[in-house]
Design a protein around this ligand. Structure first.
Ligand code: FAD
Ligand code: DHB
Length: 391
């Protein structure tokens, strides 16, 4: 098989890239190791930055998002039984975010690709990228039990943190920056209307909690838990009781309970792989970087990477100049490091590390009070949350 751009992985990065390339008249093939149902139902991100919303609309993939997504103009910070709302449009000149689940973004992009786009092969596992530093890179893959080769002009590894693409970059050219955290998130989906109309990020001496949502009738909630916690070690009643404690306020706000339909634990890490390009192999999304989920940057970074790649390749096609492709890694990494910084700041602002001292507790509260009291500090948060411009 032969194509211009071989894309490994049909997560949001790979799927949107195929769509953007189609719009630019560039053909591609997407290889995805899992089946379609798995990709469409894997419960993950929920918040789309303003720039991501704009890109999905411009790519013709925003119709259902605009109908069913929930535009949000702010978040609430909760600490010391107090509540502080951050008003995004007022602080950023009109920017906001959209609550629309990653599962739905993927479903919309898969439907469009199946109808209008090039080949999207499910249960097609990439085994290795070969010849990355030549003009004819290849992806070896296995589909329906048969090994095959995809011959390409470019390969983009959108294959997530556990993928194979980045292994094709020689180790002596690579630097990895990494940090793991001694806690994770226990996430639940519950069939109950969200108890607040905006997201609530709560800092509590017992640990962090987040109230989010998937629709007007489905709540998504997270609890900070110790690293290595098994989701099933928490009963439903224990989860609700702990959420109630951490969200407690001095006023009459109440958390509504409902049937829990899904439970899982996510580990937390920060990770950056530099460079994000080697020859004609480009890495995008979680294949190149991971952020802890606090602040909702992962999916949005993945979208920024593929927008940058599609623009760069289109530029090369139009002008013959590889300048933007050559600058790909540097361009993406500038935004990646801003998101790494913000996600780290939000994580350390709101989580209670094991063994945290009373001094550190007071510092967290002082940082939160600063955001509540200073328009400059609050603007810094609002700008980062609603998203940095794509490079
Ligand atoms: P992925 O979605 O991981 O997709 C990679 C794809 O490649 C997968 O489909 C995989 O099956 C496939 N693949 C892997 N190896 C191979 C192979 N060898 N051959 C072929 N295919 C392969 N981000 C946000 O922006 N906002 C949020 O609110 C948010 N919340 C999150 C909450 C949780 C609980 C979690 C876990 C993550 C959250 N994230 C959030 C992060 C976000 O989900 C990821 O950053 C995003 O999925 C990255 O997209 P991607 O396309 O790069 O990678
Ligand atoms: C969600 C996830 C996040 O990491 C976040 O900061 C906000 C919302 C969510 O899954 O809804």
């Amino acid at each position: 098989m032969r194509t211009t751009v071989g894309i490994i992985g049909a997560g949001p990065a790979g799927l949107l890239l195929a769509r953007l390339l189609l719009g630019a008249g560039i053909d591609s093939v997407v290889l995805e190791s899992r089946d379609r149902a798995y990709v469409e139902h894997r419960q993950r991100a929920g918040i789309l930055e303003q720039g991501t919303v704009d890109v999905l609309r411009a790519a013709g993939a925003g119709e259902r998002m605009d109908r069913e997504g929930l535009p949000h103009d702010g978040i609430e910070l909760r600490y010391d039984r107090k509540r502080h709302r951050v008003d995004f449009p007022a602080l950023t000149g009109g920017r906001s975010v959209m609550v629309y689940a990653q599962t739905e973004v993927c479903k919309d992009l898969i439907a469009l690709q199946s109808k209008e786009g090039g080949p999207l092969l499910f249960e097609a596992e990439a085994l290795a990228v070969e010849g990355a530093d030549t003009t004819a890179p290849r992806v070896r893959f296995r589909h329906d039990g048969v090994e095959d080769v995809l011959e390409c002009d470019y390969v983009v590894g959108c294959d997530g943190f556990w993928g194979v693409a980045r292994r094709a970059i020689p180790e002596d050219l690579v630097r990895v920056f990494e940090r793991t955290y001694p806690f994770g998130w226990l996430g639940i989906l519950a069939d109950v209307a969200p108890s607040h109309d905006e997201l609530v990020y709560a800092r509590h001496d017992r640990g962090f909690a987040l109230l989010s949502m998937r629709s007007p009738s489905v709540s998504r909630l997270y609890l900070q838990v110790p690293e290595g916690t098994e989701a099933d070690s928490w009963s439903d009643d224990e989860i609700w009781a702990e959420l109630e404690r951490r969200f407690e306020t001095a006023d009459d706000w109440r958390l509504e309970r409902g049937p829990i339909t899904q439970k899982s634990v996510t580990p937390m890490r920060s990770y950056v792989h530099e460079p994000m390009r080697h020859g004609r192999l480009f890495l995008a999304g979680d294949a190149a970087h991971i952020v802890p989920p606090t602040g909702a940057k992962g999916l949005n970074l993945a979208i920024g990477d593929v927008v940058t790649f599609a623009r760069a390749l289109t530029h090369e096609r139009r002008t013959g100049s590889p300048a933007l492709l050559d600058a790909y890694s540097e361009t993406c990494l500038r935004r990646v490091w801003q998101a790494e910084r913000f996600s780290y700041d939000m994580t350390t602002l709101l989580h209670r590390a094991p063994g945290a001292t009373p001094f550190e507790d007071r510092l967290q509260l002082a940082r939160l009070e600063r955001i509540a009291a200073s328009r400059a500090a609050e603007t810094d948060l609002a700008e980062a949350y609603t998203g940095f411009p794509f490079g």
